[in-house]
Design a protein around this ligand. Structure first.
Ligand SMILES: O=C(C[C@@H]1CCCCN1)Cn1cnc2cc(Cl)c(F)cc2c1=O
Ligand SMILES: [Mg+2]
Ligand SMILES: [Mg+2]
Length: 567
């Protein structure tokens, strides 16, 4: 492709609202243009990379009998009424009304559509299992779109759905998908880890997220060295090993604690350690309030609370709600004398006694509060985030933390949608059964960004060979020089036979051309400059910066060797 005909609006400066490296480079390399918050156009370089990623995704899906379809983005609300999800999503679900006043959703995902599509066709166990997938734009009205393509409001997803007569059949496809995802991420050049994840509202029991390792990642992974244990920190189970340090129960004592609002302030006032304090938090679960007791040095894990109660509707109570229930401000809450709401405690609260807790009176706290004598709790549970260094649930050692970008997720869905939408098949006994489903997503546009996060230097992107927009970048330094232009034209014609070639034939200063080439990140570069008259060109590797002076008659072999060795 001749760069004089291309559309690559590179930038010298970066808009200051681009915080992540990939967002900055996507803009500087002229790969995307924002038209609204979280909404982007993909320009030629980005589109070519997306095509390459999608080709790899298609290959791996088809290798495990996935069949490609394309479903509409416009989803009739009736189907979301059938699944019961129309009322359960708020502003994130983009809704619209057509000219007849009928309501539609712009598809954030396609469980309802695919289930309604197959329920009339797959009526016998003999027709199962089936795996269908699509690659298509999704719409989710994120509250805070950020980091360019990492969190957009319109993005490209590969979403696959599988339908089974038995759990074993679902398990087999789940494993196939798990392996196919590993192949895809390896092939596109991503360093990633599959992590045990929480299935959340989507339902189902079993799910893994695929996390691309990157500091900008919004997810935290808890993993152990020397094992394949890795869990999203939302899900990472805490192994409770009792470490009881009780002292003789002392008398309950109320103390005036003016201005004390945080566990640290209370610890400082009492000359205690933070882990000797117990925090009391009020959480709204569905439509009722619940109190949680957590040690001062731990944090409440809202995802664990959600899965404990089996609901997505879990919010910290507001200050007004707290005052309404407890007649005290947050910061002075405690379990003593509380009988209107249930109290749950994290396992580790039972390790200590004579607790320092709020007195449910602003600016007053109790010391020596004791479970049993002064308050009751409904149940202990694993309600906190694991700390770095604590033992992993599978005993494989102390966990370490890493940031990750969720680039994919595989779910065992079960029959949540097939029951709600009456997608049944006749089993071998001729009995109607709901189909057992799996669903599997890859963030295709997010994957592109994650690759840039992992493959760049200060001058720009360095594309892995498998997804690079072009294999070779030919630069004619000064097209006004006949010898240079003629040789560059010739090399462009010759190499285009076996490689994808971007040919910078523009009437631009050399510096501009080299800056742009560094930004765009094509792995191999042939520079046709002053020595063209002597039949010598420069070959440069974008990744290592190495360069070689090569006589034209050795160029094909040199390029072939360097291309083979590219990662
Ligand atoms: O999408 C999934 C599960 C899997 C992921 C892989 C491909 C198939 N779906 C979960 N999820 C996430 N955000 C959503 C946002 C909105 Cl606004 C919505 F209405 C529904 C969903 C929703 O269901
Ligand atoms: Mg997540
Ligand atoms: Mg997810």
């Amino acid at each position: 492709m001749k760069q004089s005909k291309m559309f690559i609006p590179t930038l010298r400066e970066v808009p200051n609202d681009a915080e992540s490296k990939s967002h900055q480079l996507l803009l500087k390399a002229g790969m995307i243009k924002q038209i609204a918050s979280g909404v982007y156009s993909y320009l030629p370089i980005a589109k070519r990379v997306l095509n390459n990623i999608e080709a790899i995704v298609r290959e791996e899906m088809e290798a495990i009998d996935g069949v490609e379809i394309l479903m509409p983005a416009l989803q009739p609300s009736e189907l979301w009424q059938e699944s019961g999800r129309w009322p359960s999503y708020g502003a994130e679900l983009m809704r619209m009304t057509d000219r007849h006043g009928r309501e539609f959703a712009l598809g954030p995902t396609h469980e309802e559509i695919i289930t309604s599509l197959v329920r009339d066709e797959l009526k016998s166990y003999k027709k199962l299992p089936v795996t269908l997938f699509q690659i298509q734009n999704k719409f989710r009205d994120e509250k805070r779109p950020r980091f360019g393509l990492l969190r957009g409001r319109e993005f490209i997803m590969k979403d696959a759905y599988s339908f089974h007569a038995t759990e074993e059949s679902l398990d087999a496809t789940y494993q196939d998908m798990y392996q196919a995802y590993s192949n895809i991420y390896n092939r596109v050049g991503l360093k990633f880890r599959p992590v045990i994840a929480d299935s959340g509202a989507i339902g189902g029991s079993h799910t893994h997220e695929f996390m691309a390792l990157a500091e900008i990642g919004e997810d935290t992974i808890a993993y152990t060295d020397g094992s394949d244990y890795a869990a999203n920190i939302e899900k990472a189970e805490v192994l409770y090993t009792p470490n009881v340090q009780h002292t003789a129960e002392a008398a309950l004592e109320k103390i005036h604690t003016p201005g004390v609002k945080t566990a640290q302030q209370l610890a400082d006032l009492l000359g205690k350690r933070l882990d000797e304090i117990v925090k009391s938090m009020i959480v709204k679960v569905d439509d009722r309030f619940v109190m949680f007791l957590i040690r001062g040095h731990h944090e409440l894990n809202d995802v664990k609370v959600k899965s404990f109660f089996g609901t997505e509707v879990v919010e910290m109570a507001t200050e007004a709600e707290i005052e309404g229930i407890m007649n005290a401000k947050p910061g002075s809450l405690g379990p003593v004398g509380v009988d209107k709401i249930d109290i749950y405690a994290d396992h580790s609260v039972q390790d200590i006694n004579n607790l320092a807790v709020g007195a449910n009176e602003t600016d007053y706290h109790y010391i020596n509060a004791n479970l049993g004598r002064d308050f009751q709790i409904k149940a202990f549970g694993d309600f906190r985030f694991i700390l770095e260094g604590e033992q992993a649930a599978d005993g494989s050692g102390p966990v370490k933390f890493a940031e990750g970008i969720e680039v994919g997720q595989v779910f065992k869905l079960g029959t949540k949608y097939s029951e709600a939408m009456k997608a049944t098949f006749l089993d071998e006994q001729g009995k109607a059964q709901p189909m057992i489903m799996g669903c599997y997503g890859i963030g295709v546009s997010r994957t592109l960004s994650a690759v840039i996060e992992q493959h760049h230097d200060d001058n720009g992107i360095i594309w892995p060979k498998a997804i690079t927009p072009f294999d070779i970048h030919i630069i004619s330094v000064n097209p006004k020089q006949d010898a240079q232009r003629t040789l560059a034209d010739q090399l462009y014609t010759d190499f285009s036979k076996n490689y994808q070639v971007l040919y910078d034939d523009r009437q631009e200063r050399a510096g501009v051309k080299f800056n742009d080439a560094d930004l765009i990140g094509v792995p191999l570069r042939i520079v046709v400059g002053k020595q063209a008259a002597d039949g010598i060109v420069e070959v440069k590797l974008r990744g290592t910066g190495e360069s070689f002076e090569v006589p034209v008659n050795e160029l094909t072999a040199k390029i072939e060797t360097l291309y083979q060795d590219l990662a």
